[in-house]
Design a protein around this ligand. Sequence first.
Ligand code: NAD
Length: 496
Amino acid sequence: MTTETTHSATSQQARDIIAKVSTGVLIDGTWTESASGARFNVINPATEEVIATVADGGPEDAQRAIAAAGRVQKEWAQTPPRTRSEILRRAYDLVMERQEELALVMTTEMGKPLAEARGEVAYAAEFFRWFSEEAVRIGGDVTTTGDGKNRIFVSKEPVGPCVLITPWNFPLAMGTRKIGPAIAAGCTIVFKPANLTPLSSLALADILLEAGLPAGVLNVVCTTKASSVVTPWMTSGIARKISFTGSTEVGVKLLEQAAQHVMRSSMELGGNAPFIVFDDADIDRALDGAVAAKMRNMGEACTAANRIYVQRGIAEEFGRRLAARLTALKVGDGAEPGIEVGPLVEEKALAKVQELVNDAVSKGATVIGGGSALDRPGYFYSPTVLTNVSPTADIMSQEIFGPVAPIVPFTTEEEVIKLANDTPYGLASYVFTQDIDRAFRVGDALEAGMIGLNSGIVSNPAAPFGGVKASGLGREGARIGIDEFLEYKFMALPRG
Ligand code: NAD
């Protein structure tokens, strides 16, 4: 493995760009300090340096934010769809114009290599362009009842003020995937980004204001005490919808709160993706897929390949070649040129990955590459392949969220389907085979919302992202993504 030997500091260029980002709470179109005046630190996980401080919001800020969202909801719902569309389109253009700057902000607060951050900026922007196109096509329906006696006029209305909550792993795209359709539908927003990575979201809020979003439509409160801000929103009676991306554990708590006010709920939760390679697969393609599905975002993705099942005849070769590929990746500060694997997001994440590897090894797994944290500042873990992993190892049932690939051999198609579905989660799955009948048969049998067939990447704004079972409710992106923010209403009129 190539490990950077230089222990870089956060560059002046990154600091200069970050210094331009608004770091207050955004309420009713105005940036202010939080009511308490408190601020929290944002850390560069590659260097452990403080790169910014951000206003630490609390209940008072939360109340003001939801009041503003409630106050302007009616007016915003009546804006011409073309106006909403054009704001989103301008925001798309601005995000793309600032792709380099936004990528550097993201890498500096979250750790992913610059090349991946640029990719996320483009992916994030695409949700604005996509939903700018959907805003003017909301439409409705006119039909006649079966007995021919009534006409039914179906229209769609914005659901109302929305609570949007996002995680740290895709700091820009998780926000635009919710904000884009909410704006397109005519909903107002209270938004709480993750406190580990607030800067990308705050920079995005600056851009939306610059694109012409009216005051009060988007209100942003960052905080180190999530429930002190989110609970007042959920209990306000003003918010009509919650859209959350994060862990299943927090999602369940929010669903309980949502039930009290019967709020519409979209939940993008955790995953435990199986990655299945049959012995009739194109091995090179499967290896490319495994590197993408495992190493994207250092493995810190809900869609990451968590359990790699390889048919027995090729398991040894696949493991050996995957270890060669992973250990050749260049690990280091993602802001430096050529880096392919950045640090994990925080020290706790590093400790968790090490614990999962130790547990697997204590239950018989063999480490064939990597297997330890790097001895340098920052939260770096070496890309790792494990073989002979016991089904009882914690790594098989918990989200790894790190660059560790556990490989388990299997014998039959029936056996691997059973293994793959033996989890409460059902987000992404991957199947590699050259047999088209088998690809569809296995795809049909897998309990998951998204299946990569001979592909290690499933996310795309044109596709309905989401999961089944404990992985969530609802879908984001695609044509139906806007429906999550719309209510249907019909008027029935007897035929004269
Ligand atoms: P998390 O659940 O800890 O936090 C997510 C967000 O919820 C953060 O903004 C956090 O501050 C907030 N939060 C935490 N406790 C809260 C509470 N009691 N009330 C209200 N809000 C609260 O998750 P994370 O560690 O930030 O992100 C990783 C998780 O997100 C993983 O489980 C991953 O699989 C999941 N994820 C899912 C998707 C998807 O689309 N399905 C995408 C990315 C990440």
